[in-house]
Design a protein around this ligand. Structure first.
Ligand code: 03F
Length: 231
């Protein structure tokens, strides 16, 4: 029925500890979203755009495969650490704290701590994008475009960590972003649902999702694990 409701995040316990296994299960569905028709047509669009404008190789055509493998790579890095000792790494904080002990010199720019630092930014991007759609924020002149929503998410979650080259790549990707109707359809597993019905599911999904992303940010602040270098 709905991709989002099939893959909901679990409610956090009162101490806001994030269970590593449940978290990994929930985020593992995100990369497959990039294999949906909408995203495939988006990749094709970027490719065509690149041919038309003769953009250099780093621009456009593969943005979505880059994003997918970046997100997937970070999930795999965290999973790799977790599987070494599931009993020791019950919560995400257990992993970050163990790495702080083990790699005092390089920490936090190391291992699963660094992977989760970047993964949470991608998750925040998705959160702000979905929230903005759920709140009905739109370009009145182009109500079926999601550029205002994508731009808001980018500015709040990622832009400050990107140097000008990556920011330019974002600008190319922005112009090829899917139409809202297609994007919402993809979130509904390709079924034709009314926009308002899909947004009800988005709002429901966002409850535990937002709480989880907020808790990861809070943990990075509390442990002084956040970095602000740019790529
Ligand atoms: C740093 C950095 N990662 C990487 O270098 C850059 C990757 C490409 C960034 C391209 C920017 C374009 C963004 C948005 C386009 C939007 C169009 C949207 C249309 C819908 C780190 O990488 C590594 O991660 C780390 O492991 C390594 O060690 O310094 C470290 C070393 O470098 C990033 O900037 C993270 C980028 C995450 C982007 C997430 C975007 C998600 C886009 C779409 C989501 C669709 C919604 C799906 C909903 C599904 C719900 C189930």
């Amino acid at each position: 029925m709905s991709l989002l409701l099939d893959n909901q995040f679990k409610e956090l316990p009162p101490d806001k500890a994030i269970d590593t296994k449940l978290f990994l299960d929930a985020v593992s569905h995100i990369p497959s979203f990039f294999g949906t028709c909408v995203m495939k047509s988006f990749i094709f669009y970027c490719f065509a755009l690149k041919c038309l404008l003769s953009l250099s190789d780093c621009l456009g055509s593969n943005v979505f495969s880059v994003i997918k493998s970046d997100i997937n790579g970070n999930i795999m890095k965290i999973k790799g650490v977790y599987l070494k000792d599931p009993a020791k790494y019950v919560s995400l904080q257990d992993i970050v704290e163990a790495e702080r002990e083990a790699h005092a010199a390089e920490w936090p720019k190391v291992g699963a701590t660094l992977a989760l630092m970047w993964l949470k930014r991608g998750l925040r991007f998705i959160q702000i994008l979905l929230q903005s759609l759920a709140d009905g924020e739109r370009d009145e002149n182009n109500p079926n475009l999601i550029r205002v929503n994508v731009t808001k998410a980018y500015e709040q979650a990622l832009k400050k960590y990107h140097g000008w080259i990556v920011q330019k790549i974002f600008n190319v990707a922005l112009h090829a972003a899917p139409y809202k109707s297609n994007f919402l359809k993809a979130l509904s597993k390709g079924e034709e649902v009314k926009e308002e019905d899909c947004l009800i599911n988005v709002r429901q999904f966002l409850v535990n999702y937002t709480a989880t992303v907020d808790a990861i940010y809070e943990m990075y602040t509390n442990l002084n694990a956040e970095l602000d270098y740019t790529v």
